[in-house]
Design a protein around this ligand. Structure first.
Ligand code: BGP
Length: 466
């Protein structure tokens, strides 16, 4: 099929993963700074040096048919401690980036929070500390006003479940706590509340742009659909990781089914989940205002019932087969012989994206539009004298585009697709050998090299055939 003329063929980035200059030009600390230093595996500098290379990257966008870019504004570059004093140098930097976008005909899609809460607020409990929510709303209001002539497309958060589960379940994000599912759920709820308050603030001022949120939606299938216990495991995992956030986003409250399963998980800890009515009121108002949903999709899971204690091993090195995921009260992830996976054990299953898009259309018919805000393949690219043959990545994107096309044919309103990532960037928990970019970055020289996928993507943006 042929995609619409105004379809966005974008590339995605995130401030902390591409900018570098993480401690320069007045930028305040984020929790990752100390966490990565202590871990000693890799550093956030110079990353892809986007802070200085953005003119090159935006020029490449133009040359390769990339007509949209996802960037995030680093909260601590604007407010070094998350509140109070503004860092004008940081504010000006993003003006320069947006001007370069305009010059190259690249539409900026801007995220306000991409895993990088300022350290001062993170230390007090991140979004579980109520004052963080107020600070985030102020930061958002500041950005809306400051960049109102340059930015039309906003997102509040990038991936609430992955950030909270990284913080409190898998322990791969600072503060590195493990297996505290109820803490992750409480934090998700507070982030959704922050999202709601920001959306309301945006709409009350009547800005001409649009606003939404990005969820990472990994589709959960029972390992054996004939076994009721596996069906239940997949269902419960979907509710924890997807439906909880989708209910909150589009209904402004949690359905009876969601509450039942969430309280099953709380019950295992002798606790109850009971969101305050005053919070739900805000969420209900915001639910009507979302202009679009961003879906990040990389993989699906096949879940089998599991009765033991939690046991998770994160494959952060690309040694295939080292990943273990068993979560108490939820289930266990299993590999499937017939389904290929990346070296990081991410199952390549594009049908899952199609199913997830249609699920939104059917279960949340008040959604207005969908952007696929991240999709792509982590791959150990071979750099051979500047020629990078990343055919597996092309196949990956092609297959996902094909299934997006099928969902559009069935009536889903998908308006754009952003490859993660535009250029190679560093990965939070996997470092620098897991590359995703259309453009190869030589981290020593910061020179960019278009990969085979960049040429293919250019052609795709011209033919629009998927
Ligand atoms: C998403 C994040 C991105 C990016 C991507 C790839 O969860 O929004 O920031 O990192 O996943 O993940 P990873 O770097 O772990 O391979």
């Amino acid at each position: 099929m042929k995609l619409a003329d105004d379809f966005i063929f974008g590339g995605a980035t995130a401030a902390y993963q591409c900018e570098g200059a993480s401690k320069e030009y007045g930028k305040g600390k984020v929790a990752w700074d100390d966490y990565l230093e202590k871990q000693g595996r890799f550093a956030p500098d110079p990353a892809s040096d986007f802070y200085h290379q953005y003119p090159v990257d935006l020029d490449l966008c133009k040359k390769f048919g990339v007509n949209g870019i996802r960037i995030s504004i680093a909260w601590s570059r604007v407010f070094p401690t998350g509140e109070g004093q503004i860092n004008q140098e940081g504010v000006d930097f993003y003006h320069k980036v947006f001007q370069a976008c305009k010059k190259n005909g690249v539409e900026p899609f801007v995220t306000l929070h991409h895993f990088d809460t300022p350290d001062a607020l993170h230390k007090k409990g991140d979004f579980l500390y109520p004052h963080t929510i107020d600070c985030f709303v102020n930061f958002a209001k500041f950005c809306f006003e400051e960049y109102k002539d340059e930015v039309q497309y906003w997102f509040t958060f990038n991936e609430i479940w992955p950030v909270t589960s990284g913080q409190y379940v898998t322990g791969t994000f600072p503060p590195g706590e493990k297996y505290d599912v109820t803490k992750a759920i409480e934090a998700m709820h507070k982030m959704i509340l922050a999202h709601a308050k920001v959306v309301i603030a945006f709409k009350e001022k009547g800005y001409k742009g649009q606003i939404g949120i990005i969820h990472s939606l990994e589709t959960k299938y029972p390992s054996d659909a004939s076994k009721p216990e596996d069906v239940l495991a997949a269902k419960r995992e979907d509710i924890l990781t997807n439906q909880f956030l989708l209910d909150a986003t589009f209904h402004g409250e949690y359905s009876a089914e969601t509450m039942e399963h969430i309280n099953f998980l709380f019950g295992l800890e002798g606790k109850t989940f009971k969101p305050a009515e005053i919070e739900l009121e805000q969420m209900r108002i915001a639910a009507k205002y979302n202009d679009y949903l961003g879906i990040n999709y990389y993989q699906s899971h096949f879940t089998k019932s599991y009765d033991g204690e939690s046991q998770i091993n994160h494959n952060g090195t690309g040694d295939k087969g080292t990943s273990v995921y068993r979560l108490k009260g939820i289930g266990e992830h299993v590999f499937k012989e017939e389904i290929d996976r990346t070296d990081w054990d991410w199952l390549i299953y594009p049908e899952g994206l199609h199913d997830q898009i249609l699920r939104i259309k059917e279960q949340y018919p008040n959604y207005k539009a969908i952007y696929i805000t991240e999709n792509g393949m982590g791959y150990k690219d071979d750099f051979e004298d500047g020629t990078i043959d990343d055919t597996p990545r092309i196949d990956y994107i092609k297959r996902h585009m094909h299934w997006i096309g099928k969902a559009i044919e069935k009536g889903a309103n998908v308006k754009g697709y952003f490859v993660w990532s535009l250029m190679d960037v560093f990965s939070w928990s996997n470092g620098y050998n897991k590359r995703y970019g259309l453009f190869y970055v030589d981290y020593e020289t910061q020179k960019r090299y278009p990969k085979k996928s960049a040429y293919w993507f250019k052609e795709l943006s011209e033919t629009k055939e998927v």
